[in-house]
Design a protein around this ligand. Sequence first.
Ligand code: IMP
Length: 430
Amino acid sequence: MFDSSTRTLVVVGAQWGDEGKGKLVDVLAERADWVVRYQGGANAGHTVHIGDRQTVLHQVPSGILHPGVRCAIGNGVVLDPETLFDEVDELVKDGVDVNGRLYVSDRAHLVMPYHKRVDKQSAASKAIGTTGRGIGPCYEDKVARRGIRVLDLRHPERLQTLVERGVAHANQALASFGSAKRADAEYTLAVLNRLAPRLLSIADDVGLAIHRAVKGGATILLEGAQGSLLDIDHGTYPYVTSSSTTAGGAAIGTGIGPRSIDAALGVVKAYTTRVGSGPLPTEYDEAMGERVRKLGNEFGATTGRPRRCGWFDAVVVRYAVRVNGLSALAVTKLDVLDTLDRIALCTGYEFGGEVMEEFPGDIAALDGIAPRYEWFDGWQTSTAGARKLSDLPAAARAYLDRIEALVECPIRYVSVGTRRDQILEVEQRG
Ligand code: IMP
């Protein structure tokens, strides 16, 4: 995707997360100078495969596996310093040199142990099926202007006041849930003081660094987490995460202007999955769900939860194309459908004799709808070895062509397996 007119590219999930963004970022990072995360936190789980080795990164940008690529965690991320350094230590053990290549924004908010505790104890979090990583409570504190930022670690007295205030608030919340657990200021400060020197040694004005890199002609990959339908504004509210997962969030979450972003790549699975509660209009019945979950190994990278599975929903993806202004799509896990005899695409939602073709703002409008499907013959042959479009069976190409037409966005990549080399790039037409 990088060329003379695309130097800064944002990669977003165009469904409910877990679309395979990690793999695309991994492939594209070969030609990037910087990889920057802009929202979410350790709720993300980017699985990348190198040879036979599988690595799941929750907090460190996936670009770290490419020597020479600089990685940054932007101001829009809620940063869990314990997870960050656990991952860094693992990477170092695996021989990855992170020295001088990993930066965190000094403006990023910190996920405190008490945020995780509140997330795990809250009935509201349970109803949504959050990851329990403290994401919602940390963003709540940010918006309520009682959050703690990386730069606060430079000021021990201020930090103490902020921690005491944060703990008091968390304890009020825990008491209101009827939980016997409590947060502790001394413990929290001890954790922070232990990690502060390490964190401050990589803290920087990431917005300024990226701005300078853009001006200098560097190639920048902005790595989205979760998916567009989990966006706090554009997702299936309230069954969403607490950040702006869509492309617009990349400007806010890194501190560069929207005009600095040249293109947006949306990643979609060849079918649909979702973890946690909330609508999934094309969800399979139990038997089919079980089958595809096994074929696609659909278990959460962060929580291990089984993912809910369904047919590809063109209403959802066309909506994601619009709200992100997508330039192109990457379709992943096409190979998971290889053995199916019939494959469906959802083109609209039927209700009371009407057909809804635009994704609704109110999820109640999805109650009782029946997805309208177009059926395709399965190709029933392995696509895992395909490296160009013409290697794919005609039935698979017909399926992809129909997706392109329905969602009104060109497909640029098709991934046919977990390995780095199992991807094909579609020639640009016209
Ligand atoms: P939270 O982000 O932990 O607050 O969870 C809110 C919702 O987003 C829940 O439905 C989670 O399952 C979902 N979610 C959060 N992160 C991911 C992800 O990386 N992949 C898929 N779903 C996610």
